[in-house]
Design a protein around this ligand. Sequence first.
Ligand code: K7E
Ligand code: CUA
Ligand code: CA
Length: 615
Amino acid sequence: MKPISILTVVAALAIGTVAFLGCNSDSTSRKQKSAAAAASAAQQVYVAPGKLDDYYAILSGGQSGSMFVYGIPSCRFIKEIAVFEPRAGQGYANNPGSESYKRLAASGPMWGDTHHPVLSQTDGKYDGKWLWINDKANDRIAKVDLRTFETAEIKTVPNIQGSHGLAAYLPSCKYVFVNGELETDHTSNTGDATKYRSVIAFLDAQTLETKFQVSFVGNADIASSGKDGRYVFSTMYNTENALSSEGMIERDRDAVGAIDVPLAEKAVAEGKFTKINGVPVIESEKVPGVLTLIPVPKNPHGCNVTPDGKYVLASGKLSPTVTIIDAHTLKVIAEPEVGLGPLHTTFDNRGNCYTSLFVDSQIVKWNLEKAIKGANDYIVDRVDVHYNVGHTKAAGADTSYPSGDWLISLNKLSKGMFLPVGPGMPESQELIDISGDKMRVIAAFPSLPEPHDAVFIHRKVLENVVVQTHHLEPTAVKLGEEKVVRNGSKVDVFMTCIRSKFVPEAFEVHEGDDVTIHLTNVETVRDMTHGVAIPRHGINIAVDPGQTTVVPFKALKQGTYWYYCTWFCSALHLEMRGRMIVKPTGEPLNENPNAVSKAEKVASAAGEKKGASYE
Ligand code: K7E
Ligand code: CUA
Ligand code: CA
């Protein structure tokens, strides 16, 4: 007993001390405490100039049609990956006739609504190869090459509207699959609502060709893959197949749909499908077992498979619960209450789940095993976020090996968190330290509208992946082999650039000529990007080291048009320019307009001055 009483005395003294301090300098001590907390948070996000962040966080750009790359933990913005919208600064899809422009224009509108970035995996880990993203509005999927962080492929998905949830089929990443959220009649398109269905589309992960689809009555929202190559899962909020928002919330339970992928492949092999717009479409009613509906409450949204692949979690959205489903037996095994408006769930490496609560504006941390066992203390912690969180994602949570250090809260509203810039406000992200028992909000950073989801990839995974300079393509223009090739009104200008010169520095064409510039940046030095803007012609090219860009355009009316470098590349950057001289049709062209004439040589030898004189 004695030691206990000693402890009690000590404890009482300690409490007394706190109480004593509290009486006299309450606000001072609180101020000191919060200053200390701010200082330690600042230390956690401080990455010294020249030092690298641990993670790339890749945020979908929503209505911006792109993706944003931030460094974590510093929250520094590093790059925008242009996907569905032109970006002049990257020379992406901004020059009609360029490859990126043609590919984007051929796939649909020059804008998009990106929601779900998905990283490729091998053996349950990110392999640093590919990054996929959906365009919900225009039913497109794109693939980004992580060697360059550039868009490598864009394809349209047939028979679908509102291509929303996107995930890779695990463990192989043979397919990416995308959910049709908006119901339509894809066979006759008559507007007959009784024929409305949706599809879940399976695309070859490399070519993005749609290989097959499973169709059903209702819709599919968010997607997640089991880890063992059998089921993939989708939340379905409109099992009512209603046409109004009131109708869509009639039922108390909607569903998680589980697609048996090997069974679907077998059905395709056996011809149990209808071909619609060239794609085999399996009607789920005709192939028993291909789609199993698991009842869950109510208008569920997020769909997340646990890192061990044992469970799939459906966030209730209109129910304060998360439904835990056995990912193999497809049985509902628990339905813990977590708070109001649960949207998405993410994971650490210690058996905890983190669910975003849109209505409560909170992240709630809860323990999976405790919730399954029905223990009272399964809620571990809650933290307020600012404001109204949509997705939340912890580092590595989509893989089998989450890292359990950082979590990002992707908040829909910022309400004055940042300098006011008019009625339109940036979106707000918060970085949360989840390494301890208590979550700690460490930093907030703005972004353009509107990141829906994010993925983290550790820089070590990409260390030997990201290229510094492009490999010269066979079509590259080599130094010393620059030339102008004419074929009637078609003119190909094979041009190189290197600090601080374009070769050729001048060329002549006729009005209305179809000019194509093939420009190779022959630099071998990292970060030495050049660009070309051509006044009046709407051309703005960016070429990274080693890259070749091909841009066709029509020559306008007679005149001199100086093309100039747009990237401040050297002390002679401003001098890095050349002339396109456009002459009237029929007038003879000079093949070497910058050649110094004999008369000029003589004059300069005689010491005559060219240009302005300041004597
Ligand atoms: Cu919840 Cu498109 Cu992932 Cu938005 S979706 S939040
Ligand atoms: Cu090249 Cu500036
Ligand atoms: Ca519903």
